[in-house]
Write a protein that binds this ligand. Structure first.
Ligand code: NAD
Ligand code: ZN
Length: 365
């Protein structure tokens, strides 16, 4: 009997492929039949196992015998004690070097699962099935793994490419709106640094409609894959992806110390992008009109973050702690146009402060 052709696209992220499209999970099932493994384990958090595991098992019957490992949801699970529990669990189940770990979840599950896979018995294979928007367009792609230590994010980790990343858009149906906007910030960033058409299209898309979002998510994942492929170990080009992140990381860390609700990474990056687009204009590399359009679109999507002038000093201190700002110098990725970025631009602390002040006045209630 003839079967319908499968609808998938496969793109290379250098060290691993990314499989996209309606039948991505069916391709995973077929490949599991070809690539042999001794035992399969599925790692997820409580939410992703509840919302996404039934669909995964329905489309990937070859995983029905896999044992599941569950972690609590949230960043706190990117922890050495949780890694230890998973290592011990794998050992108790007699997992050998041919075991396979399928990471079903957001960036927490793929970062942690990738790290555990990289280190267990000096490295077993893993597959990423991202379920959050952040995971699909960013975290699951590129082979960076890691856990947090002593309150510092991603302090311990290694590069470990998964066998492949399989992106199944319907998983997004159970994701909350705040988490959707969180991932959308990275998609907007991909548009700003790489693809003006993507930026424009996101501005017009009905964000609650997964069908409308699908081609934009796929384009965004393809951009991440393309950049990673060109610079797998982040020695140059990959730094274009840091746009919005220097100031964004400072704002994110500041929000953890403030009485306001802590910001999600993407929410902080959206603010960082407003500030860094303004810096691009201030340093004469971006025109005024582009800067205004960027600010208007981001302000329409993301809630303002309030702080006082007196906080600028602390914000700058937090940015200095960031590993990317070596020796007290600030090196930014700035925009030269919508869709084009320049890396390694030196910026002074006084200019960073001006950018923060610009944002503060823009959103002052
Ligand atoms: N390795 C990289 O290159 C890279 C890049 C970006 C981010 N990251 C890491 O990713 C992490 C953030 O990822 P995240 O934003 O996906 O966070 P997350 O994994 O904590 O997921 C966010 C929340 O959504 C829930 N969730 C996920 N998918 C769901 C679904 N389909 N339905 C219902 N709920 C769902 C999760 O349980 C969690 O509560 C951070 O630790 C960050 O450091 C890594
Ligand atoms: Zn980011």
């Amino acid at each position: 009997m003839a079967t319908a052709p499968q609808e998938v696209t496969e793109i290379s992220a250098g060290g691993h492929p990314v499989v996209l499209g309606r039948d991505a999970l069916r391709v995973l099932d077929r490949r599991l039949g070809v690539e042999d493994h001794s035992a399969a384990f599925i790692l997820g958090d409580e939410n992703t196992l509840r919302h996404c595991l039934p669909e995964l098992l329905a489309q990937v019957p070859r995983l029905r015998d896999a044992r599941t490992l569950v972690i609590p949801p949230g960043e706190r699970s990117k922890d050495i004690a949780i890694s230890g529990e998973i290592w011990r669990h794998l050992a108790a189940e007699a997992a050998d070097r041919e075991a396979l770990l399928v990471c079903l979840g957001g960036g927490v599950v793929t970062d942690l699962g990738g790290f555990v896979a990289a280190t267990f018995k000096r490295g077993i294979r893993c597959i990423h099935v991202p379920t959050s928007l952040m995971g699909m367009v960013d975290a699951a792609i590129g082979g960076k793994t890691g856990i947090d230590l002593g309150g510092v994010k991603n302090l311990v980790g290694v590069f470990h490419d998964p066998l492949a990343v399989y992106i199944h858009l319907p998983f997004l149906k159970s994701l909350g709106k705040r988490e959707l906007l969180n991932g959308l910030a990275e998609m907007l960033k991909h548009g700003l640094v790489w693809d003006a058409a993507l930026w424009e299209a996101i501005g017009k898309a009905p964000l609650h409609d997964i069908n409308a979002l699908t081609p934009l998510v796929e384009r965004s994942a393809a951009i991440k894959a393309e950049v990673v492929k060109a610079d797998p170990r982040e020695t140059g080009l990959r730094r274009v992806l840091n746009f919005g992140h220097t100031i964004g990381h400072g704002i994110e860390a500041h929000s953890w110390e403030s009485p306001q609700r802590a910001l999600l990474h993407g929410e902080a990056v959206a603010i960082g992008m407003i500030c860094e687009a303004w810096l691009s204009w201030r340093l004469d590399v971006l025109d005024r009109e582009a800067n205004d359009r960027i600010a208007a679109q981001l302000l329409a999507l993301y809630k303002p973050y309030q702080f006082d002038s007196a906080d600028n000093h602390r914000l700058i201190e937090l940015m200095r702690n960031d590993k990317k700002n070596s020796a007290g110098r600030f090196r930014f990725t700035l925009l030269t146009a919508i869709g084009k970025a320049r890396t390694d631009v030196n910026v002074t602390a006084a200019q960073v402060q001006e950018a923060l002040e610009h944002y503060r006045l823009l959103v002052r209630g």
